[in-house]
Every structure is written in structure tokens, then in C-alpha cells.
Design a protein around this ligand. Sequence first.
Ligand code: ADP
Length: 430
Amino acid sequence: MKKIFPIIVVLITLSVVGILFIQMSWIKNAFKLKHEEFQREVETSMKQTKEAITNAFYVKFISDSHTVILDEATKQFYLKNNFIVEGSFSKEEIHDIIEKILRQNNIKDSFQFEVTNIFHNAVIQSDGFPNVDERSAFGIDLAPEDALRSHEWLFLSISEDKSAIIREMLWMIIASVVFTSIIVLAFAVTVRTLFNQKKISEIKSDFINNMTHELKTPLATISLAIDALTNEKVIHDADKIKIYSSMIKEENKRMNKQVEKILQAARLEKEEIRLNLVKLDAHQVINKVADNLALQVQEKNGTLTLHLKAPNPVIEADEVHFSNIIFNLLDNAMKYSDKTPHIEVETLSSGGVISIKVKDNGIGMSKETQSRIFEKFYRAHTGNIHNVKGFGLGLSYVKAIVEAHNGKIKVESTPGKGSTFTILLPATGK
Ligand code: ADP
């Protein structure tokens, strides 16, 4: 099943190339046919020219000197004995005969001609004929059947107007280019859509796996704690009951957090960020979030240091969303660390902007990861730190909220050393 997609892509690519090839050979053939048709027309014109010259000779030299009308046999006899172009026709006369026939046959191109005698010497020649490539000239023996005097040849060279053929076929070429482009474009869009669909379906199944895992673990712990609570030995031990019920509470909180994260993302999807903007002391919120996380930091023997230096830290923000983004950044700073976490939060203000920096000494990120972390569902491989849970939704939420507050978020990071996230928000003053 997985291989069908590349096979289809290859087959369609081959078909498009095949159609292009067939179209090109059709156009080439059409050119060839047009050229052959032209040559046939010229050959017919040559035969008609020969007849016209013979008739002109007859009118000029024979019929004029006879008062009686000659029968066909006598006419042919005279022609056989007397027909000769050299000395009988001027260059202009031959030119006019050829021109008349060509125009009659709808050939409007310019032409050059030459009449040669039995020794192949030119006896009449148009001015441009010496420049003509003789191999491209059409030739015809002008002599009447069994002629005695002449064996003269007429050579005619016509500069075929290829651009006229192209003009005639232009609509066909344009139509085939347009239709082929449409097919190629539609194909490219289809392939891109298919790739995107594939990516989305991978992301979805990753997400479902993650979510199941995230919710299963607290559920299992709660189930175990409840089993323990109903145990005879525990039921009378107040201390143990306290331990197990606080465990249940903790796990419940954890699950709530996960569900809240998913809901946050769903709200973003529906573009339902409704901000309840109030004037907030950013330092107060940061302090509160830091207090909530203090226990977790202690458990890991880490430190969370605050350098809240912004002199006037008042912002106009939504308290819940603003606390969430600070929490997400601090939570990540702790999660993505393979050593004792030392996290620093620093605030500064300048030029009406408050900057909040969250710096950690964690695993850091490559440039590629940094460029993608704000995408929804994106999660980098965390190498040798296992058990880091998440949905890849946290930072996309942070970015959306920061932007909804007309702010900006940046990240700087060095793999193995740590990361610094900086949020810039407009300060509102007192
Ligand atoms: P989650 O933490 O649920 O995976 P996030 O959107 O919060 O989702 O983060 C996306 C990814 O960015 C994480 O999977 C991780 O690879 C990377 N990341 C985020 N914060 C940090 C950090 N402080 N240090 C290193 N990597 C981080």
C-alpha cells in the first residue's frame, strides 16, 4: 500500500513526458507535411510554367507566321524542330510567366530562376540566382518531346517562408503548450496535496499515540492508588491515605493540564482567541508561575532564578493566557534538560517594549529544529533524554498568544548548551 504512491507519481510523470513527446512529434510531422505540400505545389507550378513557355513560344514564332490554324500534330512537329528559349525570350518575359503561374497557385514567396543550355551554361538568369544554393532549386527539362534543337533546363529556387507555416500552426502550438502546462500544474498541485495529506495523517497518528500515552499513565497511577486505598492495611492508616489521595490529586492535576493543552490548541484552530485584556504587572504573574513550579525545580535539585529588572513592568494582557505562556516556557526549560536545570528569567524594558527572557542550560536545539518549533505538533527528537512527554502544541500556542498581544517571540539556542526564549511585548506604562 505504501509503495502505491511513488508508483503513481512515476506513472503520471512518465505519461506526461510521453504526451509531451507525442505532441512534439505531431507538431514536427505537421511541419514536414506542410513542407512536402509546398514542394508538390512548386513541382506542379514548374510543369505549368514549362507549358506556358512552350505556348508563348508557339504564339510568338509559329502561329504569327501562319495564317491557317495548325493542327496539334503539326504544332508539335514545329515545336520539336524549332523550340528554344535562348534568344527567344528575355529575362523579364520568363520572370513574368513564372510569377503568373506561382501567384495562380497561391505561392507568394520570392523566387530566383535560371535557364541553362545543353552545356549547363546559364543563358538566362535572374539577378539573385548566383547567390542561391543550387541544391535547393527545382529543375525541369523545358524541351518538347523528341526535341531537336533544345535541351534547356529551367531551375527555380523559392525561399519558402517558414514563419508563415509557424503562423498557420501557432494556435495549435499555443493550445498544446497551454493544455500541457495545465496538466503539469494540476499534477504538481495533486502531488503536493498528497504529500501534505500524508504528513498530516502521520502527525495525527503521532498525536493520538502521544495523547493516549499521556492520559494512560495518570489513569494507571490513579487506578493503582484507588486499589491501595481499599486495601485492608491502608484503610486504617491515615498517613498512607493522605499519601495516596495526594497522589490521585497530583495525577488528576496532570491530566487536567494535558486536557487544557489540547483545548488550547483546539481553540487556536478555530481562531477563537478571545483576550480579556487588563493592565497587568508582568513581574507579579512571573513570580506566581515561578512559585508554582518551585517544587518541581527543587525535586530536580535545580534552580530557578528571577532577574526582574524592568522598571515599569505593566502590560495590557490576558492574565490566563499570559500565565500559560510563561508556564509553557518554564515547563519546557525543565523538560528539555539532561542535567540539573538552572533556569533564569530576566525582564528588561526599553523603548516602550518589555522583554522577557527565559534561559535554560538544557539540551538546546539545532538550527533546523529552531526553525520548526513554533509549528503545531512539531516535536524534535530529544536524543538521549527519554520520557519527555508532549504534544508539540505548547510553543505554537505561545507564539499565537504573543502575536495576539502584538508581541514577538524569538529563540536562540546551542545544541548541548541551552536555549533562550525572548518575548517582546508592548509596555503600557502605569
Ligand atoms: P512539546 O513540549 O509538547 O513537545 P512544544 O511546542 O512546547 O511541544 O515544543 C516543541 C519542541 O521544541 C519540543 O518537542 C522540543 O523538541 C523543542 N523545545 C521546546 N523548548 C525547548 C527547550 N527549552 N530546550 C530544547 N528544546 C526545546
